[in-house]
Design a binder for this molecule. Sequence first.
Ligand SMILES: *[C@@H]1O[C@H](CO)[C@@H](O)[C@H](O)[C@H]1NC(C)=O
Ligand SMILES: *[C@@H]1O[C@H](CO)[C@@H](O)[C@H](O)[C@H]1NC(C)=O
Ligand SMILES: *[C@@H]1O[C@H](CO)[C@@H](O)[C@H](O)[C@H]1NC(C)=O
Ligand SMILES: *[C@@H]1O[C@H](CO)[C@@H](O)[C@H](O)[C@H]1NC(C)=O
Ligand SMILES: *[C@@H]1O[C@H](CO)[C@@H](O)[C@H](O)[C@H]1NC(C)=O
Length: 455
Amino acid sequence: MEFSGFFVLLFHVSLCLSVLSVQCRLYDYSIYMHHRELSQISIPPSPAPQPATFSEPAAVFSVLSYGAVGDGFTDDTQAFKIAWDAACQIESAIFLVPKHYSFMIQSTIFTGPCKNGLIFQIEGSLMAPDGPDSWPKTFSKRQWLVFYRINGMLMQGGGLIDGRGENWWNLPCKPHKGINGTTLSGPCDSPVAIRFFMSSNLTVQGLKIKNSPQFHFRFDSCHAVHIDSLYIKSPSGSPNTDGIHIENTNDVKIYNSIISNGDDCVSIGAGSYNVDIRNIKCGPSHGISIGSLGIRNSRACVSNITVTDSVIKHSDNGVRIKTWQGGFGAVSKVTFENIHMDTVRNPIIIDQYYCNTKSCTNQTSAVYISDITYTNIKGTYDVRSPPMHLGCSDAVPCTNITLSEVELLPASGQKILDPFCWNAYGVLMTVTIPPVFCLLEGFPESLPTNDIDQC
Ligand SMILES: *[C@@H]1O[C@H](CO)[C@@H](O)[C@H](O)[C@H]1NC(C)=O
Ligand SMILES: *[C@@H]1O[C@H](CO)[C@@H](O)[C@H](O)[C@H]1NC(C)=O
Ligand SMILES: *[C@@H]1O[C@H](CO)[C@@H](O)[C@H](O)[C@H]1NC(C)=O
Ligand SMILES: *[C@@H]1O[C@H](CO)[C@@H](O)[C@H](O)[C@H]1NC(C)=O
Ligand SMILES: *[C@@H]1O[C@H](CO)[C@@H](O)[C@H](O)[C@H]1NC(C)=O
């Protein structure tokens, strides 16, 4: 259905009303009579010169009205750009990707700021170009759809976003994808499917997204982000396909979502705080992670993160904090609570020796980890690794790790593996299964306070 002509008229009407000239209103009143759809608009009392306070129906900007074809092959990028520019300038606009169509679009930056109340409604399918060979040489290979400097947008709909990542995952520079299972060196950029950058007050809900070449969603330098009811799916062997990655972003809610992929369901990078994650079904995947932080001696500050009421299944990790050696900064005030583990390799893990090459050397600084609480973490672990691994830095111990109601049983067999701790200080509030004897009591006598950067 084509809405745009009708809504251009509607926009004219509302402009006209705001001008509040009597003729204008009389003229438009005759239009009202012919458009029953408009009948919910109340006419402002005449002749009071006040701003109109009635609620306007939204203007819909369907990409079809701007020349998009939606056959899954035609490059519809230009139509999307023009429709965006039009929608962005109108208050309460709906940018519509209509149902029953499939739009192939190239890497695009949707730039704001836009007028208030913008809705990006995805009812049909959005498709990325099919792999690196179809990616224009001059375009960044790091991102597909970017939303930049947007303040206040709702992205939603029953449609599907398809990143068509397979040929990216199989590039010879990806882990073990070179000849005879080698990994070729060199740049290996692959696009993030949906990236929000320097934006705020965003809601993303109800969407399905699959097969991103790299992260599915990435939020960097954003504020006030609410994510709800997403369905994210990629194969378990797809490299770096994190579900939702946030970085330098604060006041984030991630609720009610189902994620399975080849990397972390949710990953939280440097500069993130006030993050609330709830009711996530995660796996197969690499779990929910804070990190990796402190790469190449960088400073990272992450605090006030909660992950609650979630299920993690068939994953390499459950809830993880990972840092490189040699970093600075701190991770503090993190709560993992009411999490069910089903056949997870490292249900509870702190790894301050994270290294994805063979050439990491021991260093004398680290991101300081403190005030980490694990409450009611129950279920089963994959017996290839111990259910708890608290591997803290030699240089800077972890402090105030609290465990309560942790009960983890082997997923198969009777083999109980002892928890592993290294330089980890904390308290057991209840008896745990398996019992933890390796946690150090109290606080370290010589916390190198001068070297610790509390953020
Ligand atoms: C956030 O966006 C919504 C809808 O887009 C808008 O109604 C609200 O006023 C915005 N809030 C802020 C603080 O910008
Ligand atoms: C790959 O392995 C096969 C069998 O081991 C060997 O014959 C072949 O030379 C190898 N190819 C390269 C490029 O290393
Ligand atoms: C921690 O984050 C939550 C939102 O997840 C927020 O409501 C709360 O105020 C934050 N606490 C502090 C001390 O900033
Ligand atoms: C690094 O430190 C660990 C733990 O103290 C030790 O086992 C390892 O041998 C050290 N590695 C090097 C290369 O010094
Ligand atoms: C330990 O961490 C908990 C949870 O963050 C916090 O409430 C408590 O004050 C911390 N204890 C100390 C001694 O810092």
